[in-house]
Design a protein around this ligand. Sequence first.
Ligand SMILES: [Zn+2]
Length: 372
Amino acid sequence: MNTERMTIKDITNYLEQLAPLSYQASYDNAGLIVGYPQTEVTGVLATLDCTEEIIEEAIARNCNLIVAHHPIVFKGLKRFNGKNYVERAVMLAIKNDIAIYATHTNLDSVKGGVNYMIAEKLGLERPKILSPQKQILKKLVVFVPIENSQTVLDALHSAGAGQIGEYKNCSFRVEGTGAFTPTGEANPHIGTLHKPEEVRENRLEVIFDSHLESQILRALKSAHPYEEVAYYLSLLENENQEVGSGVIGTLSNSLSEKDFLNYLAEKMNLQTLRHTPLRGREIKKIAVCGGAGGFLLGDAIRQGADVFITADYKYHEFFDADNQIIICDIGHYESEVYTKDLIVRYLSEKFSNFAVLKSQVNTNPVRYFRNL
Ligand SMILES: [Zn+2]
């Protein structure tokens, strides 16, 4: 067994490879909220919400790092005198050396994230992102002497460039002539001072995810033979099919509406759910978005989903189904509670030198009353 010392930074670096912080929504506060990155981890507690009760649980179960889906802090806190549950939770965590990390809308946005977990629970086949994100891909164009091209490409690929969907090491190259005259204090790899030079070069092009930019440029500069590397970076309008909101997939067999509602309640362990009027059609294609996903209704309808499963719907928003789809509001907690299993799965696959525990506390602030 690996007994190497693991720090909070080791764990959060890994989580951020899976769900980069740059994918989080503008209002979000994912990342390390409480704690020192260099602290050694004794155990991790995975939870949906980080309440005082969860911090008590972490203390009792010897976990000094809580990995939550929902950040306990969203906005700036000005005072710490325990007047609300957010301040009390933060104070309790600090007093007991418990670190709090949140992986929130960034984990919602990735392949294998929260919405893929819902798709997995429902047995959806061929799940894909419902609304892929734009403006997160970049293109690098770089000019490299022919003989150094492969070395530079290899370095770019190992830094993560050229990964497009299921294809890796993607690139484009075209040969041409580069011209330059070294002047001043230059110490050129090819050519001599003040003498115009022409070199056969490749123009290499690779696409990459913008969060990898600094590591890709570092790799480029260390592998490239030139003192001054000539390159262009541009932000692409293209969608990234691997990142975005919601998921859409299909059931292996279509179900009647009634059977589908039973199936949904059983798979997601629901006591109740709210839905718009049934349409008398078989259910096959399903769109899902954990938490408040109402903004994706248009995408779900355009892509021909029979049902849109999400949470936090308001009365008037239900009318928007307009007999084009069935909206199922299954509850925010119910739609995302399996994120605990997802966090446990990812961390225990990677680390064996500390315990990764799933919180046993039900943090749902909503109770259901049945008038029997
Ligand atoms: Zn949520």
